[in-house]
Write a protein that binds this ligand. Structure first.
Ligand code: SF4
Length: 425
């Protein structure tokens, strides 16, 4: 068996890799900071003794990819720690690949320290403070775990359980610490940000008001919000978005343009609810971005129902449309539903929707050519260029090497479907 504690001290070389949603990325960053705070070295997978894999199993192809990756690491004799959703609901499948794999529950991330040989008394209470990496300035701050809903296709709900919101004081302190470290973009994440506080007497707008009262120039990006839970707090949430510190960006998954199909998905809202929220948000913030998700090929989806999704997208014209083909996940209600849609039909529908998505994005972006925006620089991807975000969360590419976290006025000069090119004014 692999010896993974060096002989002269207890420092270990650990690799950390995360897959899937922003919440997973946030949890992996948190565990990485805990490990570094305890003196362990975070290295590339080939140089590691222990590999931490923060897993996603939202669709079948991702699950297969995760198992393949675990097998590769096992073949390289790594000791493997499994975080993320598979640590809750797919232990047997992982153990079949690596019987010695150790699971880190998403509800007990600190366990990662025990698993690398730290005992409770010597482990640090706080993760190490590192500040942002060279190329970006975003910090991911999870605001809760789990969900109030029971969507019939959702495996994440099974993995993450019922809603457990983190206390607002802890979240605000965490944001404050990130700002002190130099982060400028704070991404608040959860399975459903709109459900925040339903279990502890708080709410999303309450949390936003607390965070935006912190000193400093920074931006908050609010993560995915379920329509069911956003509806009762919509007016207060829109008021909280009034702050300059909140990107006017709403990720509002609708999943289908047909109410019968939404019922079958156990989504507890109507298409009209989605349209009403988009309208309210846009009338308050004309230059906002709305992102939504659509599933194609859900069991029983007829051509007419798919057409309704296309029509809805044409009417609402979301700025971002994430298209996912239905994937039957074991343990969910939808796994056993009749009237399965053939894979090729689902794929064809996904293609059609993606084509429409790209057309809408390009048309919308073109309509902004010549506009002047105030932007915050957020990322360096290619040398000599800088990425930035408008207050409405539109992605801007600038042909300059600029310091990150700074604010500029820019004028857009050309458009692609995913971004706008601009110049400083
Ligand atoms: S809102 Fe539905 S899809 Fe989203 S995590 Fe909860 S149960 Fe899953």
């Amino acid at each position: 068996m692999l010896i993974y504690i060096s002989l002269d001290d207890r420092t270990m070389r650990v690799s950390v890799e995360a897959y899937g949603c922003t919440l997973n990325q946030g949890e992996s960053r948190f565990m990485q900071e805990l490990l570094e705070g305890a003196g362990h070295e975070v290295v590339e997978p080939d140089d590691a003794e222990t590999s931490l894999v923060v897993t996603c199993c939202v669709i079948e192809s991702t699950e297969r990819r995760m198992l393949k990756r675990i097998r590769e690491l096992k073949e390289k004799d790594k000791r493997i720690l499994i975080g993320g959703c598979m640590a809750s609901i797919m232990k047997e499948k992982v153990s079949a690949v690596d019987p010695e794999a150790v699971f880190i529950s998403p509800r007990n991330l600190e366990k990662v320290l025990e698993e690398v040989g730290e005992d409770d008394e010597t482990s640090p209470a706080e993760p190490v403070k590192k500040g942002p990496p060279e190329n970006s300035i975003d910090a991911i701050v999870p605001i809760g775990q789990g969900c109030t809903e029971r969507c019939s296709y959702c495996v994440t709900r099974l993995a993450r359980g019922a809603l457990k919101s983190h206390p607002k004081e802890e979240i605000t302190a965490s944001v404050s610490r990130r700002l002190e470290e130099g982060f400028k973009e704070i991404r608040l994440t959860a399975q459903d940000t709109a459900a925040y506080g339903r279990d502890n007497g708080s709410s999303l707008p309450d949390l936003l008001n607390r965070i935006t009262s912190l000193d400093g120039e920074f931006r908050i990006r609010v993560g995915m919000a379920n329509i069911t839970n956003l509806k009762p707090v919509l007016a207060e949430t829109i008021r909280a978005f009034d702050s300059d510190k909140v990107y006017k960006f709403l990720h509002l998954p609708v999943q289908s343009g047909d109410d019968d199909l939404l019922r079958s998905m156990r989504r507890r809202y109507s298409v009209k609810d989605f349209m009403d929220i988009c309208e309210d948000f846009r009338s308050r913030f004309p230059d906002s971005s709305i992102s939504t998700d659509i599933i194609t090929g859900f069991p029983g989806e007829t051509q007419e129902q798919f057409q309704a999704s296309l029509d809805l997208m044409r009417e609402v014209r979301p700025d971002i449309i994430n298209v996912t083909r239905f994937s039957a996940r074991e343990g969910t209600e939808a796994f056993n539903m009749d009237k399965k849609v053939p894979g090729w039909v689902s794929k064809e529908r996904s293609r059609e929707l993606t084509k429409l998505r790209n057309e809408i994005r390009l048309e919308k972006n073109k309509s902004f050519i010549g506009s002047v925006f105030r932007v915050m620089t957020t990322e360096h991807v290619k040398p000599g260029t800088t990425m930035a975000r408008t207050d409405g969360y539109r992605l801007i590419v600038l042909p300059n090497d600029l310091p990150l976290g700074s604010f500029y006025d820019v004028k857009t000069v050309s458009a692609a479907d995913a971004y706008l090119k601009a110049e400083l004014v």
